[in-house]
Design a binder for this molecule. Sequence first.
Ligand SMILES: [Zn+2]
Length: 252
Amino acid sequence: MRRSLSKCEFLNKEAINKLYLKEDKLPRDIKYIFHTEPALDSKCNLKWYNEQWVNQFIKMSIDISRHMGLPPTMIEIHPGKKPNTYQYIAESAIKLFNNFKDEFEVKPIILIENRTDHVISNGIQMKEFWDYLIKDYPLYQKYIGFVVDFRTMYTQVSHDYFNNVNNHFIDNIELIPAESIKGCHIHNSHPKAPTIRDAIPWLSVFNKIISVNNDMILNPEVLSLRVALETKKFCVDMIRERRKSQSNSTIG
Ligand SMILES: [Zn+2]
């Protein structure tokens, strides 16, 4: 009898073949993102400090890409908890990048997403990580960066402070270096589109977003196409409105 995979285990080729049918092969011109590390369950710890684990993660990512017929444009990873460190995370991201470069002759952007209770969960840590990366690995600042999940950061800040959560949240987003931002996850609750009435101060979030000069993705982290389209409209409206208000204040 064949052994089934247990929770938190990496997918092997057999599992990939079972999960992704051959008909799922992508059109050649499509751009897609990976978000595949086994961290869905709280017991599935990310081990960027463990070389063997990192190699297995990279192998799985390459196996899925080969099965799909083309590599992803971007790969999103999470920081994990201690004993992960900025150095382990940065060096793993670099290794992942270099393996994709050697294997497929592409240069995927590796995005690190802040996560509650992980070693990169707030603006201070994002600034510290970025300072470390540009000091020790300046050549990679083009290919490594953050995908900022604002809702998750808001949750982290509301755990850290009882009062003035919005002010502390705004301080945190101001700390994130604009040049480190290469993507954003936009959602409030997953099943509904965000609105200006949410607790998150979206005006400040979009002020930050329009200050970024990098190419970046806005990823509607919601659960249906309909809500994704509503979220897209929310983003387009907010960006337009923030740009307008900024140019008015410059003229005034
Ligand atoms: Zn997210």
